[in-house]
Design a protein around this ligand. Structure first.
Ligand SMILES: Nc1nc2c(ncn2[C@@H]2O[C@H](COP(=O)(O)OP(=O)(O)OP(=O)(O)O)[C@@H](O)[C@H]2O)c(=O)[nH]1
Length: 175
């Protein structure tokens, strides 16, 4: 399960915010394999925050998105990183996406600062534009590279396999 929002159909500034979470899939080609991601896009608003553990529990990766034109979204992102470290799956792959890189003129978060922070927590880092579809595929390919396969049998190479840590029953209690 991955926390992410894809390219919007429309870039209306009055677009409705996510309520709870929305689900989507994305398939990327990684080397000779097709990797299908099952994605939950959780709501960013504070009032939905308590729902997030339902979605990141059992997930293989999380993409935490901030807005490069709003410094406060970068601070909020750091809180999400802490939450994932404390309550998320132990080996979850964390990716940080600085979205709206098409709005470089009104940037508030320097790319280097974000990259240094991502490196310090061993997270993937990329600046994206959901609007212009910049670096979206690249981000998923990098996640594919970091999520180990459960299938190490070369005889089955070329056939379908499951990436590690499909949603499963865990003993961890909610929140
Ligand atoms: N210029 C630009 N605008 C974007 C980009 N991505 C999203 N937007 C706009 O930013 C606004 C917020 O986008 P959302 O996708 O709703 O943001 P969100 O963080 O998912 O918000 P929640 O649904 O509340 O979690 C919308 O008006 C989008 O059209 C981008 O890459 N570039």
């Amino acid at each position: 399960i991955i926390v992410w929002r894809f390219v919007e159909d429309s870039f209306d500034p009055n677009i409705n915010p996510t309520i709870g979470a929305s689900f989507m899939t994305k398939t990327v080609q990684y080397q000779n394999e097709l990797h299908k991601f099952l994605i939950w896009d959780t709501a960013g608003q504070e009032r939905f925050r308590a729902l997030a553990p339902m979605y990141y529990r059992g997930s293989a990766a999380a993409i935490i998105v901030y807005d490069i034109t709003k410094e406060e979204t970068f601070s909020t992102l750091k809180n999400w990183v802490k939450e994932l470290r404390q309550h998320g799956p132990p080996n979850i792959v964390v990716a940080i996406a600085g979205n709206k890189c098409d709005l470089n003129d009104v940037r508030e978060v320097m790319e280097k600062d974000a990259k240094d922070y991502a490196d310090s927590i061993h997270a993937i880092f990329v600046e994206t534009s959901a609007k212009n579809a910049i670096n979206i595929n690249e981000l998923f390919i990098e996640i594919s590279r970091r999520i180990p396969s459960t299938d190490t049998n070369p005889a089955s190479s070329g056939k379908g396999f499951k990436l590690r840590r499909q949603p499963s029953v865990t003993k961890r209690s909610c929140c």
